[in-house]
Ligand binder design. Structure first.
Ligand code: UD2
Length: 302
């Protein structure tokens, strides 16, 4: 597999339908070297995407909300998902949380449900506590859930961080067998500068000549089968590293990047689909679909 030209060889936006003059649009990459589309606002017609989506399928949205993240972020996350996420589709929110924590009640539209993933996992979730970062065990918990009811119920899934909110339409154009999200901080960087895991002892390690793009663990998705493969790969890597006293530079995100290097995603979402205002203004970022909440790294997690 050849390596992708990154921002050094951008392509023009195609299927232009927006109100701007074409010359006002910055150039962006719209296809990877292995033929996967990179979805930007203006490169798809939302109505066509909606029509082409398989009808009557259930889309799962998984989100982990443990400790203060539950109280602080979950309600707003769900309220905005109701306004923007797969509107008109059958959606199940799978909220992974712990013990007796109260999941906020949010009014859901027709065909939309919320399931709390805690009973069978209560003990496991409780064991997350000593861990510095809850996100480290998401892969294992997701893999287990995909093998159960969640995996039978949903056709496609989107797995996301809770400390963000939907700010624009996030629809069927984002569905595919496996979907990766370009990280807003790094999508313009040259490959050799990307923050992949470089310690060769880690299961997440990528050689300087490896890695296509820097993907974010805050949004990834795909079919149940593809996600079972991805989550088991990452969970095994995380376990192997832990047994050796290692922790990859960006934790689960490093393992996700390794997995997507080996199994190329079928579709990439532009950074518009998960954007941080802290990155600053970018001409090609016009209507972010998800916005990060300000990061509070000084506060405890887990
Ligand atoms: C980055 C990634 C995240 C993950 C993490 C690994 C982005 C936007 N996010 O996030 O996906 O790869 O790095 O270090 O790039 N959580 C809780 N309770 C906690 C802590 C975390 O529920 O106390 C859950 C929650 O869903 C949260 C997610 O884990 O959104 C990721 O944790 P984070 O946002 O604190 O990690 P962060 O910002 O380093």
């Amino acid at each position: 597999m050849g390596l992708c030209p990154l921002a050094r060889m951008p392509l023009l936006r195609d299927n232009f339908t927006g109100p701007l003059h074409p010359w006002a649009w910055p150039e962006v990459l719209t296809c990877t070297c292995w033929g996967a589309p990179i979805i930007w606002d203006g490169t798809f017609d939302p109505d066509v995407a909606q029509q082409e989506a398989v009808q009557n399928l259930t889309i799962g949205l998984t989100v982990f909300a443990v400790g203060r993240y539950l109280e602080k972020y979950l309600a707003h996350f769900l309220e905005t998902a109701e306004q923007h996420f797969m509107v008109g589709q059958r959606v199940v929110y799978y909220v992974f949380t712990e013990g007796s924590a109260a999941v906020p009640r949010v009014r859901l539209g027709p065909g939309r449900r919320l399931r709390e993933e805690r009973e069978e996992r209560e003990e496991r979730v409780a064991r997350w506590r000593p861990w510095q970062n809850v996100s480290m065990v998401r892969m294992r918990a997701l893999h287990a859930a995909l093998g159960g009811r969640l995996g039978r119920e949903a056709r496609f899934l989107r797995c996301v961080d809770v400390d963000q909110h939907f700010s624009g339409t996030f629809g069927s154009e984002a569905l595919a067998e496996s979907v990766a999200q370009l990280l807003g901080w790094h999508y313009r960087w040259r490959r050799r500068l990307l923050p992949f895991e470089r310690d060769a002892r880690s299961a997440a390690a990528l050689d300087p000549s490896e890695g296509d793009f820097c993907y974010q663990a805050a949004v990834f998705g795909g079919s149940v089968a593809a996600l079972r493969q991805l989550t088991v790969y990452c969970a095994r890597g995380l376990r192997r590293d832990r047994a050796r006293g290692l922790e990859a530079r960006w934790h689960d995100e490093s393992h996700l990047n390794k997995s997507f290097w080996l199994q190329k995603p079928a579709k990439l979402l532009s950074p518009e689909f998960c954007w941080s205002s802290d990155v600053g203004r970018r001409a090609e970022i016009r209507r972010p679909q998800l916005l990060w909440a300000p990061k509070e790294y000084a506060l405890p997690r887990g």
